[in-house]
Design a protein around this ligand. Structure first.
Ligand code: ATP
Ligand code: MG
Length: 178
């Protein structure tokens, strides 16, 4: 079995900007530079034949290249259980369009449909028992964060492998946008 997701990688300068934000919150596990990415669609564990089907299915996605901007911060979870801190992706209709096309070819390839709404984001840290006040301070301090615009002209099928420092992601296949 292999654990898969579809996503975007980020330019070096954006990665460096994001990596500079890390630190200062007890209970936060910050993503390393090589872990920063934007997930378009989490797939999960699949067997070999399904992996092949997914690889092939994604090559049928046709979508224009586009520009993305990161703007501000957000979080998953609430005051009782904060789960993740992330950089917000400014609204981009072509990104949403790409995500919808990816979703549709995956469903046609037999992957169960995603029911949750797509919230484009770049996870910066996983939180475990992080003090709410410290997280709030971070969100306020970096509320005006921005990076980009940068060009997105390809997307990737990634595999994800658990390791001691958090998951390691490998690009299994890349797909060019028009
Ligand atoms: P770890 O699980 O080791 O903390 P991770 O969550 O980054 O690391 P994966 O669980 O393999 O590694 O997830 C790969 C990508 O898919 C990440 O961007 C993650 O946020 C996202 N993801 C994981 N599970 C889901 C899910 N159920 N729904 C949406 N996105 C998910
Ligand atoms: Mg996970």
């Amino acid at each position: 079995m292999i654990r898969l997701f579809v996503g975007l990688s980020l330019p070096e300068d954006v990665i460096r900007q994001l990596a500079l934000l890390g630190g200062g919150i007890p209970g936060a596990r910050w993503m390393g530079e090589e872990q920063l990415h934007l997930t378009l669609r989490f797939i999960g564990e699949v067997d070999g034949p399904t992996f092949d089907d997914i690889r092939l299915a994604l090559s049928a996605v046709q979508s224009p290249a586009f520009d993305l901007t990161l703007a501000g911060m957000g979080h998953f979870g609430d005051g009782r259980k904060l789960r993740a801190l992330w950089a917000r992706v400014a609204s981009a209709p072509l990104l949403t369009g790409l995500q919808e096309r990816v979703e549709s070819v995956l469903v046609r390839a037999g992957v169960p449909a995603e029911t949750r709404k797509f919230t484009p984001h770049v996870t910066l840290a996983r939180l475990r028992d992080a003090p709410v006040g410290r997280v709030t301070n971070f969100l306020v301090a970096h509320g005006l964060f921005s990076a980009g615009p940068f060009r997105v002209d390809e997307f990737h099928l990634f595999s994800s492998h658990p390791s001691s420092g958090g998951s390691v992601y490998d690009v299994e296949e890349s797909y060019a946008l028009d």
